[in-house]
Design a protein around this ligand. Sequence first.
Ligand code: ZN
Length: 665
Amino acid sequence: MTRFYLTTAIDYVNSPPHLGTAYEKVCADVIARYHRLRGHDTRFLMGNDEHSQNVFKKAQELGLEPLAYCDQMEEVFRRTWARLDVSFDDFIRTTEARHKVGTTEIARRLYDAGDIYEGVYEGWYCVSCEEFKQEKDLVDGNCPLHPTLKPEWIREKNYFFRLSKYQQPLLDHFAAHPEFMQPDNRRNEILRLIEGGLLDVSVSRAGQSWGIPLPWDPGSVVYVWFDALINYASAVGLGADPEMFERWWPADLHIVGKDITRFHAVFWPAMLMSARLPLPRQVFGHGFMTLNGQRMSKTLGTIVDPIAAADRRGHDPLRLYLVKEVSFGGDGDFSWERYDERYNVDLANNLGNLVSRVASMAHRYRGGRLAPAGATSDQLARLAEQVVADYRTAMDGLALHEGAAHAFRLVDAANEFIAATAPWALARDPGQSDRLGQVLFDSAEAIRLASVLLEPIMPSSCREILRRVGADPTGVSFDRDARWRNDGARMLLQEGPLWPRVDTDRPKETTVTDNPVPPDAPSPGARPPAGQVAPAAGSPSAAGPAPAVPVASAPTADRISIDDFMRVELRVAKVLAAEKVEKSKKLLKLSVDVGSEQRTLVAGIAEAYEPEALVGKTVVVVFNLKPAKLMGIESNGMVLAASPDGGTPTVVTFENPPEPGTRVR
Ligand SMILES: [Zn+2]
């Protein structure tokens, strides 16, 4: 199986994340989810950078132990990432023991390679950057990034890393692997920097306690930038778990901001070369987010809180904005007005409206049930094939904005298809019934396919759309699901608007329009009354398909009362989707419509039925059975089947299927 290990920069914890920080994490999350969709064995690492003197000072100001302060900030960061649906697999903090092990290992390897030497550093130091500055880089004697802050003149014992020794090896690596640093404009910048000559760099600070001690001189700590870079390797077991390290290293992709590409594309590969470890396959430097064209800065009041942005329209609309409106690699701009505008254009008026229209027509003309009724639209099918190919090329090349745009080509095409075929006109002509059925099926198919492609960008919304168009929202797979289909019956669900249109004349109003409840969330109190009077004992209406309970020769004493029987709530259900349960010969996972809701259940009928043969069938389920976990899947109910000893089961069905939700008794 293809393995994919990607990382983001780890964040300084001296202030909470802003939209620029969130931008990087959302884009990386889209890449991680895309690889999972492709079926790759994916590992997505994020984390916090804690050994900074600024963090130490901030904690002191607040009267906290530095570690206690970092613990608090971890909660702040984790809460933000959860709110944005960022799905990291691992979160590392540089104060963790595993990171100390990895950092010590690299430091020792560099030392043993003879690439570390002792020297004295004398020069300007900006405490805010935590970087030594050269005289020529200062502006009016001050740090260009911190014009109000006077740099300190520092003279201390330092250990240096022989970066200069790696100039030629780095140039060779860049030449042999043009993909190592992307995008190209940043690759060229870095290349010029290396060609201009590399100076040895300080890797330690003397007389500090907040940090990881040098293995050969515990009186000094590892410099924070050096320590931070190593997180990518220590998180996968460097120095502690050789098997894990072997499995995941080298990383496939480091996603970092353009301001720190120098660390990742020059210092880090040189450190790895010296440590005799493989280099990451690619470093990608993304651009910055501005607010109304201005740099995001606390003093300018131009910081956007990502949680406020997610609260305003939902996390998926925010994710779509960040991915689709910014060309990945370039700089992007955010404005509340533009955010609302794109929400209306892409989601309320386009995708959301399409989902509502098709569901509404499916119910008006077909009782919600759509099935192929002839030949599929060549035009849509061909476009879909092209869109899937283009999407894949774009996503593989990290052109995330193009990937999103390709998926929306299919949404646009579906809208045009409906306008051109006019289902409402077809509905007036009984001779066009099959044509109408096919047009609606094709429209729903376009929605399904677009949702599969958009799933990495808007995960919970796309799962909700898949549920509504009668497709299985769980375990979506690119290979299986990202292709045009003209098979299977689907039950469309007609529910409220996914993204209600907002009034953009009042852009500052903060309407909280959150994402729809994901389909796997419990639906509180959704069960309606059965609406039927229980029949008297012996009433003809109590007759019906016999449940698979051996009743034939039960002695009278063991018989149960009608009240006992009535405690079992049997309901008519329609199968919306079916699939084999992995690693099980007997089990099928079914998604069924039970009238009031959609349920997932697991049935032991895989030896008797192909999953596709069940889709569209009307069956009987035990509605009020306690949920049970089977092969890791929560089964909510049970399908009735005749189960002869030693034979294959036969599912109970109807000659004339009643509506889902009808009680069986
Ligand atoms: Zn500075």
